[in-house]
Design a protein around this ligand. Structure first.
Ligand code: HEC
Ligand code: HEC
Length: 380
């Protein structure tokens, strides 16, 4: 019965589209991978809530196929795994995680004692700080926005907006020394660990009876960051099969995210990122606040203006958005996507003008569709 209802909508639309494209000669074998974008939509553009509910009733592998461009590697949405991969040199132990957690929340690891990791990565704000640009010890302002930490445990192509740290063990030491963050030195932090009596038993439980070493600090912090997970959400309940966890509008939002809005080209998998770098036209090329992103690390022109795709888990609490925090609201961000995002230009023939990703296109979402997409993102 279920299959029959799904078939009526899906196959009719697919068949008629293929026939039409075939007739005008626009359909070739090199076309984009198949998608179920038009599932449950009437030819007048109206969505059938009952049909969508039925198509999304099963596990994600039975959901309508997403709209992704040829050549894109994507992963199905899903529950965030409990365990993140660990490097051989730093297997996780409960004692290391506890030590890392204490360090993460401790302002004594900054030079003036004014900031800790948690200052910029606050759990209630999806591990961001609510600011467009991060502010650290001695109120120094950095040049980028604090990232959420939901992607970091699983990142495969480097840490930071530009991927300049290869591993979490390398990454966690950088904010300690960064003038705009904790403005301290790892040796001083390690020295205070030796002095602070409350750390002694925790340190020994994690690393045994020896004097604290700087790579131990990195290992403990990295072990803690690897345990950071988004809070359980209504979308997780939906993924577990509780179909009433999302209302009709939210289910439509999920479908649009996967299809017409094209988001799955980059935000896919359990933490909703491909861990890759893309240019959305937000590099402010040639202007005072120019940021060339990944290019600044690799010096490869193909990487001009590219930034790491952020996780969208907990996204409604992570405002303002983007590497430079330029969009104050989530709906504003969606409107920018609908209009094809930002634009940069330069002198004709200038080889350094960043080129916007071809996967970013005008979307033609209606106001009701934008609101549905927003409603769904808010369940994450
Ligand atoms: C002053 C604010 C500030 C402080 C303090 C701070 N961070 Fe960050 N964090 C940032 C900013 C800004 C970025 C992005 C920087 C960039 O891309 O250049 C970032 C990025 C990260 C990332 C990369 C996430 C990813 O997905 O690539 C991790 C992990 C991280 N911070 C962990 C920490 C830890 C651990 C500490 C404490 C030792 C810390 N941060 C202290 C602001 C801060
Ligand atoms: C071409 C890949 C790509 C596509 C397609 C894409 N995104 Fe993104 N998204 C990114 C990248 C890269 C960033 C960060 C860009 C920057 O900071 O300059 C980003 C940032 C965001 C942010 C800001 C999150 C934060 O913490 O700053 C939101 C929200 C978002 N995307 C939602 C969406 C939605 C919804 C769609 C579909 C309408 C979508 N994205 C489509 C790559 C993509």
């Amino acid at each position: 019965m279920k299959a029959v209802l799904g078939m009526t909508w899906a196959s009719w639309r697919t068949v008629s589209l293929v026939a039409l494209w075939g007739a005008v000669g626009g359909w070739t074998m090199a076309a984009s991978p198949p998608t179920d974008a038009v599932v449950c939509q009437s030819s007048a553009g109206e969505w059938s809530a009952a049909c969508l509910r039925q198509r999304y009733a099963g596990t994600p592998d039975t959901w309508p196929r997403p709209t992704v461009d040829a050549g894109i590697t994507w992963q199905e949405l899903g529950l965030v795994p409990e365990h993140a991969p660990e490097p051989a040199g730093n297997p996780s132990t409960p004692a290391k995680v506890e030590l890392g957690r204490k360090l993460f929340f401790d302002t004594r690891i900054s030079r003036k004692g004014e900031a800790a990791c948690v200052t910029c990565h606050q759990p209630a704000k999806s591990f961001t700080d609510g600011k467009a640009l991060a502010v650290g010890d001695e109120r120094m302002q950095g040049r980028r926005r604090s990232q959420t930490l939901f992607a970091a445990p699983f990142s495969t192509h480097g840490m930071f907006w530009d991927g300049r740290a290869a591993t979490l063990e390398q990454q966690v030491l950088m904010p300690i020394a960064n003038t705009f963050e904790l403005n301290h030195s790892i040796d001083q932090v390690t020295a205070s660990l030796r002095q602070l009596p409350d750390y002694r038993p925790m340190y020994e439980a994690a690393f045994g009876p020896r004097e604290p070493r700087s790579d131990d600090v990195a290992k403990a912090l990295a072990s803690f960051v690897r345990t950071i997970r988004p809070e359980p959400s209504r979308f997780d309940d939906f993924l577990k099969g509780q179909s009433q966890a999302l209302n009709d509008r939210e289910v439509l939002g999920l479908h649009l995210f996967r299809t017409k809005a094209r988001c799955m080209n980059c935000h896919s998998g359990p933490v909703m990122t491909d861990f890759q770098f893309h240019d959305l036209g937000l590099s402010f090329y040639g202007r005072r606040n120019q940021d060339l992103g990944r290019f600044e690390v690799t010096r490869d022109k193909a990487h001009l203006g590219q930034f790491k795709t952020p996780s969208l888990r907990g996204v409604s609490k992570a405002a303002p958005y983007m590497h430079n925090g330029i969009f104050p609201t989530l709906i504003g961000t969606l409107r920018m996507y609908n209009n094809g995002m930002g634009n940069v230009s330069g002198a004709p023939g200038d080889p350094y003008v960043p080129r916007k990703s071809p996967h970013i296109q005008k979307l033609g979402l209606t106001e009701a569709e934008l609101q549905a997409l927003l409603a769904w993102l808010q369940t994450l």
